[in-house]
Write a protein of this length. Structure first.
Length: 201
């Protein structure tokens, strides 16, 4: 399979070659089909320019894509390390992306979420933002999420209702990610600790 940068370069070379053919055809038509020395030199220069610029274009794209891929791989590795560490020090961790309209879109969640709540991430995606929480805590959760949208850190104790119908207490800490270019919160991370046993003591 050809790399993305090679496909782009071939597309560029194809359009450039078409341009050379068209301009040469018009030139020859102007001279009633006679191929002059000047037309030959212009044609050779055109094909040479296509070849040289295609090679340079490919080298530039290759360097750019290599940098982008390295950045993506480093980001994936960083997120994976964060998930592993979070899974070790909390009951579950998660990340949400935030659309320009303020909608929450699940990014990832650790497998321990299922052990804590009984829900899979896919099941929760079909519910509202506060469906997991006890009805008496839902409005407070909404208030805290609005604080996150304003770029403020948020933490608190909340009751959740597991899939089995049990009530559990969680301590949740949320940290927003502010995008300076867009001037808004574009993502937030959260960690949750099960404090049910502490509450019952």
């Amino acid at each position: 399979m050809k790399s993305t940068e090679l496909r782009i370069t071939l597309l560029y070379a194809g359009f450039s070659s078409l341009w050379v053919l068209l301009t040469n055809g018009l030139h020859n038509l102007a001279f009633l089909g006679r191929l002059s020395l000047q037309a030959f030199l212009d044609s050779a220069a055109g094909w040479g320019m296509v070849l040289v610029t295609s090679v340079l274009f490919y080298m530039i794209l290759r360097r750019l894509f290599r940098g982008w891929r390295a950045t993506e791989e480093a980001l994936r590795a960083s997120e994976e390390r964060y998930r592993i560490v979070s899974d070790l020090i909390s009951d579950y961790a998660y990340s949400f992306r935030i659309s320009p309209e303020g909608a929450f879109e699940s990014d990832w969640i650790t497998d321990s979420f299922y052990r804590t709540t009984g829900y899979t991430a896919e099941e929760l995606d079909t519910k509202s933002d506060v469906a997991l929480y006890h009805p008496d805590d839902a409005e407070r959760v909404r208030d805290d999420l609005r604080r996150v949208l304003r770029g403020e850190k948020s933490n608190g104790e909340y009751r959740i209702i597991t899939k089995a119908g049990d009530v559990r207490w969680l301590y949740i800490f949320r940290r927003p990610v502010w995008d300076a270019e867009q001037q808004r919160v574009t993502q937030f991370y959260g960690v949750a600790q099960d404090i049910t046993a502490r509450k019952a003591a």
